[in-house]
Ligand binder design. Structure first.
Ligand SMILES: *Cc1c(COP(=O)(O)O)cnc(C)c1O
Length: 813
């Protein structure tokens, strides 16, 4: 049953009641934050009946549940998404208007929960949206970080991180449930004991923390369904020692509390630094143990026969962060529930599946045996036993091949003894998937090829996707209206229907309307940036967008070299500014705080921006804009306005990308390498509507094997030399040659990501872009075709693939 749509009057009444009784203020005395909290409370109230119903229904039906385990959820703002899902947008807007409040002000007040770093966390958020929309019983499990991804500011062009105190003004979308807390143990030792003639092991831990669940609603789009996202906060089991307090040592009396709360204090800003590693392992075990035990103790009915566990649950591991759940489930089944090892292992192997998200060897997580043994001694024993059994299996299958056994062992020996979490996940998981066709193939052929030989059926692909609700409906309302007018409303949950736009791409009137939508989105972005950062975007500029985390493999430096090449050609008089296609380059990128090279590249981009934007010789035809703090909210403004999508990673390094999908679905044309999901985008949209450049993955491998000598490329190409020399000369650093020397010499002598090898091809492709953009009508046609042919990249389709290939779960009736 779907609760009846609220009337405007009903909404006003409920809103005012919430303002008075929850916020404790009258309308006339309330400020915007009070109003926002009351509004959120009202939306929540309308969703509540459905949420409770769904929980009952899921209990009754005992359907197989997808437990998505992810250390990150990059949710973005909740208000609009929940209004859209519940069909309350118009009613709420009218109701607020009656109270003299503007919905736009409410949108401004909301802060997004940035509980993720980038693509991986945003993927989790898209997936739970799709699962709710498809009525699949799902619990998203994760961590309620008190501080999410840092807020990025620039000081003299350099990144400075500010803490993200997203909870400070109240957090209306979550429901704490202290009564459902789990106790999570750490440290100590193990011992064996005799249990009526059977030798068993028990763990005698040293210390505990409480895991307190905070539930958030995950409403499906227009289907009356509401799933749950359950995020765990750490708290002390004994918050406070009154005896110590009374003796006068106030600090010591709260020490335990501070210590425990540290576990969910901050999101790790990508693990490029070793410090705090131990806390990260604590976080992982904390949330995974809480989640698995929550499911076993509280979601399953009492007395559930655990032999049937694989029929009731699949724990999907979003990368290796939750892999410690494998020995945890084994520990619970064997030590606590008295199951035989072999039976428990058979069950465990059916209950987990693993998604790998990387191709970079340094990103494959390992934990030192020393640390893991200290923190989780019983789990280490279990991992050793799993490994012994597994290596025995390897011997049976391949003989006593020491090399192979060393390579495949879950325990690595160099440079220190460690647990290879990706291998553990691969051995334990029912399925292992990559996130784009090319990525899955490289996993099978390279990163995990010995495992693929051993378990060929385990390996599969599910190409990533993005939710069309957030990234088209909400982010690009004028495009959404245009599509609905053309195709009817069904496309929002059946994105393949966008195919219907192919014919309309040939209709001049439709093209004109599409071009007007794009122009409107550029103006909207310009307004947002003006308010936010005091910069504007010119109407007649091609909008060239590179938004994603700052990482060397993503090659923001290649983009910089293109800009500097254009700039150099103007100031050296090779090209008249008036002959250049006007372009605005937009960057959005955070660097991990400990990643020095990435931060230097940010500094370089900002420095190039300030020189290029202020040089009168450029005549305003090139503009570089780098708004700080790229996040989901900013993405929702930038992406709909983009003409050109920069997806320029070195082939074989980007697992999939999802920014590429969001941009194609909003009618940006891609300039990209044959990498990640770019490959599939190009296949779908067609070569005529995609600017391909650069080496293919096999070409990269061949050049690497032959010996990559970047200086040869530098010497051979005068244009490249001029651009590099201009940076090295200090032209962007007030004459100081030392500032960007590390960037330049990295590219020249030590670049694993082969920027200079792809430079010429990239510049040539950018020339094709300029030529194509000169024919506005043809460009618009290509943009429409990009949208029409990108329906495949809906996360609804990704979810169908997971359901069919991995989870074997079904939507709820
Ligand atoms: C989609 C998204 C990403 C991922 O971008 P890629 O280009 O795929 O790396 C990162 N951050 C935010 C805020 C996003 O919305």
């Amino acid at each position: 049953m779907i609760s009846p749509p609220a009337s405007v009057d009903g909404f006003v009444k409920q809103f005012l009641a919430n303002l008075n009784f929850d916020q404790g203020v009258s309308l006339s005395a309330s400020d915007a934050n009070d109003q926002y909290l009351a509004l959120a409370g009202t939306v929540r109230d309308y969703l509540m009946a459905r949420w409770l119903e769904d929980q009952t229904r899921q209990r009754e039906q005992q359907a197989k549940t997808v437990c998505y385990l992810s250390a990150e959820y990059l949710l973005g703002k909740q208000l609009d998404n929940n209004l859209l899902a519940a069909r309350l947008g118009e009613i709420a807007t009218d109701a607020l208007e009656q109270c003299g409040i503007s919905m736009d002000d409410m949108r401004e007040v909301e802060v997004e929960p940035g509980l993720g770093n980038g693509g991986l966390g945003r993927l989790a958020a898209c997936f739970i949206d799709s699962l709710a929309t498809m009525s699949v019983p799902t619990i998203g499990y994760g961590i309620r970080y008190e501080y999410g991804i840092f807020r990025q500011t620039f000081v003299d062009g350099q990144q400075v991180e500010q803490p993200d105190a997203w909870l400070r003004m109240g957090s209306p979308w979550e429901f704490p449930h202290p009564e459902a807390a789990q106790t999570i143990s750490f440290g100590g030792r193990t011992e064996t004991y005799d249990d009526e003639g059977v030798t068993r092991t028990r763990w005698i831990p040293d210390w505990n923390v409480l895991a307190v669940p905070y539930n958030m609603m995950v409403p499906g789009y227009h289907n009356g369904r509401v799933n749950t996202l359950r995020l765990w906060r750490a708290a002390a089991t004994n918050a406070f020692d009154l005896r110590i307090f009374n003796s006068g040592d106030y600090e010591e009396s709260v020490r335990a509390q501070t210590f425990a709360e540290n576990i969910s204090k901050v999101l790790y800003p990508e693990d490029s630094t070793p410090q705090g590693k131990e806390l990260r392992l604590q976080q992982q075990y904390f949330f995974v143990a809480a989640s698995i035990n929550d499911f076993l103790d509280r979601v399953l009915p009492e007395g559930f026969d655990l032999e049937k566990l694989p029929d009731r649950v699949i724990f999907q591991l979003n990368d290796t962060h939750p892999v410690i759940g494998v020995p945890e489930l084994m520990r619970v089944l064997v030590d606590e529930r008295g199951m035989e090892w072999e039976d428990a292992w058979a069950i465990t192997q059916k209950c987990f599946a693993y998604t790998c998200h990387t191709l970079l060897p340094e990103a494959l997580e390992v934990w030192s045996v020393d640390l893991l043994g200290r923190l989780l001694p019983r789990h280490l024993e279990i991992i050793y036993r799993i490994n012994d059994d597994f290596l025995e299996e390897v011997r049976e299958k391949f003989g006593d091949d020491m090399m192979r056994i060393r390579n495949m062992s879950i325990i690595g020996e160099h440079p220190y003894r460690s647990v290879r979490m990706a291998y553990l996940a691969t051995v334990a998981g029912a399925k292992v998937n990559g996130v784009a066709e090319l990525h899955s193939q490289l996993l099978r052929d390279k990163v995990l090829h010995e495992f693929a030989e051993m378990y060929p059926d385990k390996f599969t692909n599910v190409t990533n996707g993005v939710t069309p609700r957030r990234f088209i409906r909400l982010a690009n309302p004028s495009l959404a209206s245009l599509i609905t007018e053309a195709l009817g409303a069904g496309w929002t949950v059946d994105l393949e229907r966008l195919r219907g736009l192919e014919a309309l791409a040939e209709d001049p009137e439709f093209r004109e309307r599409f071009a007007a939508v794009k122009a409107g989105n550029k103006r909207r972005l310009s307004d947002v940036l003006e308010r936010r950062d005091g910069v504007t975007i010119d109407d007649n500029h091609l909008l060239d967008v590179m938004v994603k985390r700052l990482h060397e493999y993503k090659r923001q430096t290649l983009k910089v070299l293109h800009i500097v090449t254009e700039y150099e050609s103007i100031i050296s008089g090779k090209v008249a500014a008036a002959d250049i296609q006007p372009r605005t380059f937009i960057f959005g990128a955070k660097a991990a705080p400990g990643y020095a090279m990435a931060k230097r590249i940010i500094h370089l981009i900002n420095s190039v921006a300030s020189v290029v934007n202020n040089d009168p010789r450029v005549e305003g035809r090139l503009k570089v804009v780098f708004p700080p703090n790229y996040n989901v909210t900013l993405a929702e403004s930038i992406i709909p306005a983009a003409d050109l999508s920069e997806q320029i990673s070195l082939a074989g390094k980007e697992a999939s990308g999802t920014g590429n999908m969001k941009l194609a679905l909003n009618g940006a044309l891609t300039i990209g390498t044959d990498d990640g999901a770019n490959v599939e985008i190009r296949q779908l949209v067609g070569d005529d509507n995609f600017f391909l450049f650069g080496m293919s993955e096999p070409e990269v491998e061949a050049l690497w094997a032959k010996g990559y000598k970047p200086a040869d490329f530098y010497q051979a190409d005068p244009q490249l030399r001029a651009a590099m020399d201009l940076i090295a000369s200090g032209a962007f650093s007030g004459g100081d040659r030392t500032v960007f020397e590390p960037v330049v010499s990295n590219l020249l002598y030590d670049d694993r990501f082969m920027v200079l090898a792809d430079y010429a091809s990239y510049i040539e492709a950018q020339k094709r872009v300029d030529l194509a953009y000169a024919d506005q009508d043809a460009w618009t046609r290509s943009a429409i075709l990009n949208i029409a042919r990108s329906g495949f990249f809906s996360s609804d389709r990704s979810m169908r693939d997971y359901l069919d290939r991995i989870w074997h779960a079904r939507p709820l009736l």
